[in-house]
Write a protein that binds this ligand. Sequence first.
Ligand code: SAM
Length: 285
Amino acid sequence: MIYKRRLMLLLAAAARRAACLQQARAARCSRRLAAAAVDDAQLEAFRAAAGFQVDAPPKRKRVKRLRHHRNPLSAAATQPAELAEDWARTIFDDRTQPLTVDVGCALGGWCVESAINDASRNFLGLELRPEAVARAQQSAQSLSNCAFLQCNANVDLGRLLGDLANAGAPLERICIQFPDPHFKKKHRKRRVCTPELAATISSAVCASPVSASVYVASDVLDVAEEMRERFAACDELRLEGDYDAEGWLCASPLQVQTERERAVLAGLGSTSTADCVYRALFVPA
Ligand SMILES: C[S@@+](CC[C@H](N)C(=O)[O-])C[C@H]1O[C@@H](n2cnc3c(N)ncnc32)[C@H](O)[C@@H]1O
């Protein structure tokens, strides 16, 4: 009986001791944490006093998204482009070199490559999407015979061609290569090659002081046919070059292929196009 009591007393003492030890350990732990907190605060104060930047979470770099389409008929897109009065005199180092205008140049790869290939000619790319123009301008930074303008060709082309002619820039070619097809019937009116645009281009090509031409190409038969019809309707123009049985130019007159053309010829075009490019070239009649 006495042994049993002693054993119970011993067990109670052991339990008390264990509880005390646990309490002491918890107290030591919280003291250490508190000290660490003071240290961190002191460290930050020291860093700030010494002129170190307080660590901030790294910011994610924002990359401007390149929109694939812009509605050319929207209110914003139909505002005339704002240009300096003397833009046509200053845009190229030598504005008297023969000029090619690429309507709907997207990222401008074709203009840049053509300008590098032939430094004796000037290349001007026109594009609706501002972000695409910014990228094109960046890639042409080192070139004095290549430039880009953000504009809506359906709004600005006539004025631009007039300014260039007045500045003594001899127009040699205007290209419309692989324009947006706008397949949906209700969106057809967004297509760039309107009868008005064709008439504007035709007058400029015919008024040029040098031998000039209009080149159109597309991998979408309906779009190519429409462009060919538009220019065929201009009495002062005629087709030039060798044509196949369907009335398409047999070979491209250009040295460089556009991004879209490369994709189509590599078999990556729309399924309806069978990797085919439909081309036509018009010159003054
Ligand atoms: C399918 S991309 C063709 C790009 C390039 N020509 C090629 O062959 O790779 C057509 C381009 O025309 C531009 N575009 C459409 N309508 C336009 C307009 N009214 N004025 C200027 N650019 C236009 C579009 O923003 C787009 O970048």
